[in-house]
Write a protein that binds this ligand. Structure first.
Ligand SMILES: [Zn+2]
Length: 171
């Protein structure tokens, strides 16, 4: 999974990195730390308990809505809670044969990294239905289903603002 993790980070570096609203440049780097709050899970189904989107749904609605979902983030308002889940069974990057066996040797880690980066960016405040996302071109990474790889300056500004607001103050 080291390669997938690196590709996922690289996707965030290139999508979230770039110009933001006032023309300033955002540079993103990743570093490992014991204090890290990022949790990336790869499963064949979901633990829906702590996922904000499901807090007001009944069990049937939840079952239905996870059926074809490639990934999910616990929340999109709290940048200090960063658990995301990728379903390797439904996601496009992990094909399976007619008997349901996952074809690991045919996996497309770029596609998995794209889904992962999309989920990670939800944890940085990005939403499918925000004004910035709805007015973005169709090759946007945050649109429903992660149709593309790009982020707009407006989206970057939203994330930077939220991250700065919520980052623990250090001396
Ligand atoms: Zn999404």
């Amino acid at each position: 999974m080291a390669t997938l993790n690196q590709k996922r980070n690289a996707q965030i570096v290139s999508s979230l990195g770039g110009k933001y609203s006032h023309g300033n440049l955002v540079t993103v780097t990743f570093s490992e730390s014991d204090k890290s709050t990022i949790v990336r899970e790869y499963n064949i189904s979901y633990d829906t308990k702590n996922v904000d989107d499901f807090k007001n749904m009944n069990p049937d609605e939840i079952t239905l809505s996870v059926l074809n979902t490639n990934g999910m983030a616990d929340n999109s308002d709290n940048t200090q809670v960063n658990r995301t889940q990728i379903n390797v069974y439904t996601t496009e990057g992990m094909p399976h044969d007619a008997n349901g066996n996952l074809l690991y040797d045919k996996r497309d880690s770029s596609k998995l990294a794209q889904t992962g980066a999309h989920e990670d960016l939800h944890t940085s405040g990005q939403k499918h239905n925000s004004k910035a996302t709805l007015s973005s071109p169709p090759d946007n990474l945050i649109g429903e289903g992660a149709p593309g790889l790009k982020m707009t300056p407006e989206q970057r500004t939203e994330s930077i603002r939220l991250i700065e607001q919520q980052q623990p103050k250090t001396r």
